[in-house]
Write a protein that binds this ligand. Structure first.
Ligand code: FMN
Length: 169
């Protein structure tokens, strides 16, 4: 898929078909994740791709979105704040690094014809315990991964481009 088609096609998909993710797609998405830039190249992240039904059920039990359980894969992205680069005025960059990684995941999945949806509305202590993620790692976001159902996206609602992007000069 052409790059701008990927950008136009990507949506938050909140409904999934009962169909497995092809191994080839998983490999390509993993490569896109591997190539994500991180500050000072620290790579302070791990992406866990849960296919195991029991693990997925344990994670879904802690997330307030019933459609998550439809997905054949649940991705949990974890970051390690202690190994991420520190900003000069203090504070770990881990959330920025992890967000770039997650968006590589999302866009690569879109290019593979697969749906995703960023999820941050959950209690991290509960989901991390269910996913077996322990210190220094802490989840940053979750996403389903799978073939989306028809009509599983809300109507697009974006602000005017000249409100969001200011070209100066
Ligand atoms: C950081 C972040 C957190 C999000 N968390 C959730 C979430 O917890 N649950 C959910 O249903 N959607 C979540 N979303 C999806 C947004 O609602 C969605 O991206 C936005 O409404 C725009 O729609 P689109 O992605 O289909 O273009 C999140 C998106 C981002 C970027």
């Amino acid at each position: 898929m052409e790059f701008y088609d990927v950008i136009e096609t990507r949506r938050s998909v909140r409904g999934y078909l009962d169909k497995p993710v092809p191994a080839d797609s998983l490999a390509k998405i993993s490569r896109a994740v591997q190539l994500a830039p991180t500050a000072c190249n620290r790579q302070p992240f791990r992406l866990f791709l849960f296919r195991d039904p029991a693990m997925r059920a344990a994670i879904c039990a802690k997330v307030p979105f019933p459609w998550l359980s439809e997905a054949p894969v649940i991705a949990v992205l974890a970051g390690d704040a202690s190994s991420a680069w520190e900003r000069p005025d203090g504070g770990s960059i881990v959330d920025v690094d992890a967000s770039i990684v997650m968006e590589h995941f999302v866009l690569a999945a879109t290019a593979e014809g697969l749906g995703t949806c960023w999820i941050c509305c959950y209690r991290r202590d509960e989901v991390d315990a269910a996913a077996g993620i322990a210190a220094p790692w802490r989840s940053v976001a979750i996403s389903p991964l799978g073939f989306g159902k028809q009509n599983a996206c809300r109507p697009r609602n974006v602000k005017p481009v000249d409100e969001l992007v200011k070209v100066i000069g």
